[in-house]
Each structure stands twice: as structure tokens, then as C-alpha cells.
Ligand binder design. Structure first.
Ligand code: NAD
Length: 242
């Protein structure tokens, strides 16, 4: 570890579990103060106890429009500054499209697309005013390859990859970096929603990643000097037939 994030304030949505939690741990190890946003209050309380003043925990269900709108102002009230915003919270809908129900589709598209776009919109004025900032988005390999076992989920991540490419061009003149990480299957609770036969196949092929692998990629991007920008990391699992 290089202590490269000492003095920085980072925000991680969906930071109480899985990839978000690994991102939190990676940034803490680099010396950042981390605002952990999640709907899981019990997990947040445990993280607050564990990390003390190095973290700020913020309970919010980002699918609640009022909570989503209040997020950035609530954070700035507590920390005054946001250097890094990692939009990570996401849901999964997999399997045959004909089996996907309205509520699951709406919630997933709302969290994976609308909430990310709104959170990034809300943090940008602060970063533009300061002339610096890093925005990271957890996308997915499913946003690069047409994965036929998850058309709804894959659509949300293709949308995110388009968002990353376009908003980056809009805000880079203001000194703001926008990057994404696109992992293949990672061992987290989200994976339990994968179609069972797909999960069995990935396990058999030994192609599952650890959340800490993803955090390593995020920290690598964040700790590059600003004139050597690594923008998007696509993490291809070995032995995965894509
Ligand atoms: P996870 O379920 O372990 O963690 C998701 C976290 O988000 C949880 O702590 C949960 O409480 C929180 N969350 C969910 N809905 C929320 C809401 N409405 N408001 C606030 N918090 C909410 O899942 P994960 O695998 O770590 O997923 C994180 C991101 O990684 C997602 O965007 C997902 O699409 C992406 N991703 C996951 C995989 C994988 O295989 N696990 C692969 C590629 C990308």
C-alpha cells in the first residue's frame, strides 16, 4: 500500500457488502476517509464500530427518490468535501426474459442506471467547483459481451458503459476522471441470484473472482498520477467461454 489516498474523502454506494465493501477496505488501507452508503443498517453499524472515525456510515435506500436526491447534500454536510465517488450499488436480474417480473426489472434498472446517473449528476457541481475529482462506476463484463443468460442485467451495464464514455468526455475538461471496472463473476451475495446452472458452470471452470481482485483494480486506477489515466478495467475470468 502506498498511502496514496491520505487526506481524501471517498464515497462508496452499496459499500456494506461484496465489491463495495472491498472497495471501502482498499481505500481505507490507502489512507482515505470513506463514506459508506448502504440500505443495510446492521452492516453499517458493524462497520462503524470496526473502523471508528475512519468511516462515516450513511443509511439510505437509494431506490427511495427522496433518499437518492438527499444523498450528496447529506454527505457534504458531514464531510464538506468529496474527492472520490464510487457508484457501486446494484441489483441483478438473470435468467430467461419471459420469466422476469415487472417489479424486479424496474428496481434493477432504476438502481443500476437511474440512481447512478442522478448520483453522479449531483456530485459533479462540487467536483467542478474544486476542479478535481474521481468518479468510479462498477460496471460488469456483461456490459461488454452479450451474455445470453442475463439480458436485463446486461442491458443496464451496457447503458452504464455508454454513460461512462459520454460523461467522461463532458467533464474531463474540469479535471474530473471517470473510470469503470467491469468484472466477470465475483463471489458476493449478488451471485446467488445467478441462474443455478450458470453458477455451477462458472464454479466448475474455476472462473469466479474475489471482491478484493476488483478492489485492486479500482485502487490501481485511483492511484495513477493524473497525467497517466487508466480509465476502464475489464476483468476477464480465465476459462470463461465468451
Ligand atoms: P452485493 O449484493 O454483495 O452488494 C450490494 C450492496 O448494495 C449491498 O450491501 C446492498 O445492501 C446494497 N444495496 C442494494 N440495494 C440498495 C439500495 N437500494 N440502496 C442502497 N444500497 C443498496 O453485490 P455485489 O456483487 O458486490 O454488487 C456490487 C456491484 O457490482 C453491482 O453494481 C453489480 O452489478 C456489480 N457486479 C457484480 C458482479 C458479481 O458477480 N458479483 C460482477 C460484475 C459486476
Amino acid at each position: 500500500m502506498s498511502n496514496a489516498l491520505i487526506g481524501k474523502v471517498a464515497v462508496v454506494t452499496g459499500g456494506a457488502s461484496g465489491i463495495g465493501l472491498a472497495s471501502v477496505e482498499g481505500m481505507l488501507a490507502e489512507g482515505a476517509t470513506v463514506v459508506i452508503v448502504d440500505r443495510d443498517e446492521a452492516a453499517l453499524n458493524a462497520l462503524q464500530k470496526q473502523h471508528g472515525d475512519n468511516v462515516v456510515t450513511l443509511a439510505a435506500d437509494l431506490l427511495d427518490p427522496a433518499a437518492c436526491s438527499a444523498l450528496v447534500p447529506r454527505i457534504l454536510e458531514k464531510t464538506k468535501v468529496i474527492d472520490i465517488f464510487h457508484a457501486n450499488a446494484g441489483l441483478y436480474v438473470g435468467g430467461d426474459l419471459v420469466d422476469a417480473d415487472n417489479d424486479a426489472i424496474d428496481r434493477m434498472l432504476n438502481l443500476n442506471i437511474n440512481v447512478v446517473i442522478k448520483n453522479v449528476r449531483d456530485v459533479l457541481p462540487h467536483m467542478i467547483e474544486r476542479g478535481v475529482g474521481d468518479i468510479l462506476i462498477t460496471s460488469s463484463l456483461a456490459g461488454h459481451f452479450p451474455t445470453p443468460w442475463e439480458p436485463v442485467y446486461a442491458s443496464s451495464k451496457w447503458a452504464m458503459n455508454c454513460f461512462v464514455q459520454t460523461v467522461r468526455r463532458q467533464v474531463s475538461p474540469h479535471g474530473i476522471r471517470v473510470g469503470s471496472v467491469s468484472p466477470g463473476p465475483v463471489i458476493t451475495t449478488l451471485l446467488s441470484d445467478w441462474p443455478a446452472e450458470k453458477l455451477a458452470e462458472a464454479k466448475a471452470k474455476g472462473s469466479l473472482m474475489e471482491a478484493s481482485d476488483v478492489a485492486d483494480a479500482l485502487i490501481f486506477m485511483l492511484t495513477r498520477p493524473r497525467h497517466v489515466t487508466i480509465r476502464d478495467v475489464v476483468m476477464l475470468p480465465s476459462q470463461f467461454d465468451l
